[in-house]
Structure formats: C-alpha cells, structure tokens
Design a protein around this ligand. Structure first.
Ligand SMILES: [Zn+2]
Length: 282
C-alpha cells in the first residue's frame, strides 16, 4: 500500500486540529540525539532498521527529523518537555556538583540506581511518552516499521497536558492513565565507548516496547496496570521520585549487544519475508 506523503495542509497528529506546518521535527529529541553521537569519539551513530535487512546500517550524522507531523504549538510543547528534562538530566546526573539533586544506591541484586529528587515525574513521563509516540507515528528510518498498539492512548495522555508553558504542565494533574504503567530508564556509568551508539526501536513482546537512543535505553509497557517483571523497583509506576538504573560498562555492553542480536534476528526474519539476502551486522 502506498503511504500518502504528508503536506502542510494535513492536520497535526497530536492536537488533530491545527495545520501540521512544522518542518524538521526531531523524532528522538535534540538532546538525546546530541549525546548519542558521542562527545569525543567519532561524531556518528548507527541506524538499525530491520525493515531494510539487506542494507548495511546507515551511519547517522544527525538525529532523524520529519516534516508536517506537528503544528508549531505542539512542537513548542514537546520542546518545553525536552528543555525541562535535559536541564535536570544531561549535565547533572552522575555529576558530583549536583549530588544533592539525586540519591544514589545499589540494591540487593547489585543494580545501581539514581533517585531523581528534583525531577517532576509527570513531566519526565510526558517526555518519554512523547518519544515513544513520535517514534510510533514516524515514517522515517529507523522508526518506519516501529508502531505502538496503544498509540492513541499515548496521544490522549500527551494532549491532556498540552499547555504552552511548563508551569501549567507541572500544575495540571495529567491524564488519569499518565502514572499507571511502567516506564524504565537506563543509562551507562563510566567511560563507555561512544562509537557503538545507535538508535533502535523495537516492538517488543506483547505490549513491551524498547527504545535505544544513544546513552539511554527506555522500556515502556503502555497498558494500564501492567508491570515489567524482573525490573521491580525500576518500573516507575505512580507518583514517587523517578528511578534510573545505572549500568556498569560490561552490563551496558551486554544489553546493547543483546539488542543488536535482536535486531539481527528481526532483519533475518524480514529478509526471508522479502526474499532478499540479509546484511551481516557482525
Ligand atoms: Zn498540534
């Protein structure tokens, strides 16, 4: 089926009523895109796209953008969420100067974590939901085949808090489902190798979705009252402080390799369906 190309006459996919005149909307958010490309190493990441299993993963100089999906007001709303989260996370987490903003710990199973004491959980969740929703509606690689069954629920949650300033977003209680499903965040600690950074979105098993955006891995299961087993206190359900898992280099590398394996399997599967020879990712 041919997908109709979007134009500035189409309606915004978020508010559904203004014209989607905005060009170059970032799908994966600017600040995540920056860190994904590495601070010192080669300024490039990789796109893993299992819908094009026969092609070598494309090197990526910039994070994926798309035209005519949002109106300027909704783009502005996403920018507010991003600025807030970026200000609280990108330079402060794991930075000694800001140790008062976080409480660091390690659980009995040896999982290190940070409790974000100053980060509003509603705004963080709206931001992460906006990432998953953008990846779900996006038609650019590597997100063209990624879609979330609960895309409309995510849109309703986002639209419910769609205000033009961060104060109003903060003061609004949010949609009744905003705090009711698991969202897991992970990032590496220590000097990990930036050169293996990549963007990857996976329609997981059942209602579990994963997003790898440079230095962050997110899991979401947008079914109300669901729970991601094995992650226990990292599920971030309810209105208590946000908890981020901090992974040591080896764990991080293993998780990343596991996701590359998953992408490889998906690619081989798709290649078989398409009748093409899969590109060898390793
Ligand atoms: Zn809009």
């Amino acid at each position: 089926m041919m997908i109709k190309k979007r134009t500035p006459d189409d309606n915004c996919l978020l508010c559904l009523n203004k014209k989607a005149t905005k060009t170059n909307s970032h799908i994966a958010s600017k600040f995540l895109g920056k860190s994904i490309l590495g601070k010192n190493g080669p300024r490039q990441g990789y796109v893993l796209d299992s819908s094009k299993p026969h092609l070598k993963p494309r090197k990526m100089q910039d994070s994926p953008k798309e035209n005519y999906i949002l109106c300027p007001e909704c783009e502005n709303y996403f920018e507010h969420l991003e600025t807030y989260v970026s200000r609280h996370l990108s330079n402060k987490l794991l930075n000694e100067k800001h140790s008062n903003s976080f409480e660091y710990g390690i659980n009995q199973g040896g999982v290190e974590y940070a409790i974000c004491k100053e980060l509003d959980i509603k705004i963080l969740r709206l931001f992460i939901i906006s990432l998953f929703w953008r990846c779900s509606i996006s038609r650019v690689e590597p997100f063209s085949v990624f879609s979330i069954e609960e895309e409309e629920l995510l849109r309703e949650i986002l639209q419910f808090s769609n205000y033009s300033d961060i104060k109003s977003i903060e003061q609004n209680n949010g949609h009744h489902s905003l705090l009711k499903f698991p969202i897991i965040l992970m990032r590496p600690v220590g000097d990990h190798d930036n050169s293996g950074n990549f963007f990857y979105a996976n329609n997981g098993n059942g209602n579990l979705y994963q997003l790898v955006l440079n230095e962050f891995i997110f899991f979401v299961s947008p079914k109300v009252d669901s729970y991601i087993p094995n992650f226990e206190f990292l599920n971030n359900i309810g209105d208590s402080h946000v908890i981020i898992a901090l992974l040591r280099n080896e764990t991080w590398a293993n998780l990343r390799d596991g996701l590359v394996d998953l992408a490889t399997k998906k690619s081989i599967e798709n290649a078989r369906k398409m009748g093409v020879k899969p590109y060898n990712l390793k």
